[in-house]
Design a protein around this ligand. Structure first.
Ligand code: ATP
Ligand code: MG
Length: 477
């Protein structure tokens, strides 16, 4: 890439409208952050975020279709149908603004982030140089206070300012560095890389929900396998997933093949649910449930699942619905074995359950990985699977809402899902998704589905979970 440029037609028209209106009223208003980075890299941005000199109330006064969100730092959302243009007032890094700071001396962790500032301050408070660029739409100019253009050309992840400070201010940036390096295929600049190693333990200071969210983003960002490699390299795996780190350090191959398949699914526009991701993280420990013979010997599969998933889910306060989903995916496997081996029908109560197509997909995923490990070529595996008396699903089978929500940023779903290096076009939670779902349903009714057969065993088990989960009450965000 010699010259970086942004073509006007790649910029969301509504974002342009908001900018024009703000500028006409005397404010500065720029595209900012991920969208500028992605446009410069020829990728389709997930969202178009704006930064402006107007305060949230001033933005609201200018747009009828505007609502203000957030208590701590207020943001204006200008709404166009399902699309939201997030319009944030320039902010400064509170650490630099407030000499006295909020915490004890020497403490860099930022507790507050709500000080308005100038455009330049706003650029400098951002995490990485590639994320600190503004784009001034009318003249078509990148405004670069942080050396971001250079680093994008070099394909380099570099913190804005001293990495030893920036990672300690907000250790979630450690995970963000991994995410961007893996997703964009960038290198991590030397000093930044060394600081990541030095300050990796600071991750423990971060708020649990943010860390969990970043784990999901890493896993469904389209470069999960590469993220795992990087996490291991910088020693973040032990900080992030201590329950798994020992195994993954020694035998990364117990997770990698699953992540490669997840990345392929994501590249095709699918969104793995958080429940599916949990299952795959612990695939090695749950092996007994994936094998027909072994699973017949597991007396209490639920107890096994609880034992395996419990500690991580408790520590990271995984939402109850995600744990439930993981359990459903796992429970369905036994019945799928039976149908696969002996023919028979998939009970309607199972087939219609939300997430069932993902259970089927998991079945395929587990099979693929097992056969790959035995040295079979993908084409051979596909041929074997096409003879199964089971409905075909896409790779991840996540066509229902849960997965879509899970992939989103809370603003629009699914967002992160379709990102991966070099990928330009992304697919939303689209008509295609529901078409796939319908396809799966029609397969059921034509082949293995029996509308009437009750499945007391599964239902009882599911009811038991739900009750057990209720009493344990994992934090549901
Ligand atoms: P993505 O494509 O994954 O959404 P993004 O760069 O847009 O990437 P967001 O998490 O949406 O990432 O954040 C938007 C922008 O906010 C970033 O580009 C960055 O400028 C800034 N930002 C986000 N998180 C941080 C952070 N922890 N510290 C400093 N700046 C941040
Ligand atoms: Mg973004």
């Amino acid at each position: 890439m010699s010259e970086l440029a942004i073509a006007r037609e790649h910029i969301d028209v509504d974002a342009q409208k908001v900018i024009r209106h703000l500028v006409r009223n005397g404010y500065q208003a720029y595209l900012v952050g991920g969208c500028v980075r992605d446009l410069l890299l020829g990728r389709t941005p997930k969202d178009f975020d704006l930064a402006t000199s107007a305060t949230p109330s001033e933005v609201r006064d200018l747009f009828r279709n505007c609502r203000i969100i957030g208590r701590r730092f207020r943001l204006a959302h200008v709404v166009f149908g399902r699309k939201i243009i997030e319009t944030a007032t320039f902010r400064a890094n509170p650490r630099e603004e407030e000499a006295e700071g909020d915490g004890p001396p020497g403490e860099l962790y930022i507790h507050r982030d709500n000080v308005f500032g100038t455009a330049e301050e706003d650029a400098r408070r951002r995490d990485f140089t590639m994320n600190g660029l503004f784009y001034d739409v009318e003249p078509g100019q990148v405004i670069d206070y942080v050396g971001g253009l250079h680093d994008i050309k070099q394909r380099s992840v570099r913190t804005i300012g001293d990495p030893n400070i920036r990672f300690r201010e907000d250790p979630v940036r450690l995970l963000r560095a991994v995410k961007f390096a893996a997703r964009l295929g960038f290198d991590i600049e030397d000093q930044t890389y060394r600081a990541m190693i030095t300050h990796r333990a600071d991750l423990q200071k971060s708020a649990v929900p943010r860390v969990l969210e970043e784990i999901y983003r890493l896993l469904r960002g389209g470069a999960a396998a590469e993220s795992l490699v990087l996490l291991r390299e910088v020693g973040l795996l032990t900080e992030l997933l201590p329950e798994l780190a020992g195994r993954l350090e020694e035998r990364p191959q117990t997770l990698e093949p699953y992540l490669h398949l997840v990345d392929q699914g994501v590249a095709a526009g699918e969104v793995p649910s958080s429940g599916l991701l949990l299952v795959l993280l612990f695939a090695a420990e749950l092996q007994a449930l994936f094998d027909e013979e072994a699973s017949a010997r597991v007396r209490d599969p639920l107890a096994l699942v609880d034992e395996v998933l419990g500690p991580l889910c408790a520590r990271l306060r995984v939402a109850r619905r995600d744990v439930e989903r993981a359990k459903l995916l796992l429970l369905a496997q036994r019945r799928l074995f039976q149908v696969r081996k002996k023919g028979g029908k998939i009970p309607a109560s199972l087939a219609h359950r939300e997430g069932f197509s993902e259970a089927l997909a998991l079945h395929g995923l587990l099979y693929r990985v097992a056969r790959q490990a035995e040295g079979l070529a993908p084409a051979q595996i596909e041929a074997e699977m096409s003879a199964w008396p089971l409905p075909r699903t896409s790779l991840l089978g996540t066509q229902d809402d849960e997965g879509a929500q899970a992939g989103g940023e809370g603003r629009r779903a699914p967002a992160e899902s379709s990102e991966r290096p070099g990928r330009r076009r992304r697919r939303g939670p689209s008509a295609e998704d529901s078409a796939n779902r319908d396809l799966a349903a029609s397969h059921f009714s034509r082949s293995a589905l029996d509308d009437d057969e009750p499945v007391p065993d599964e239902d009882a088990v599911i009811a038991a979970f739900t009750a057990a989960l209720g009493s344990r009450s994992a934090d549901d965000e």
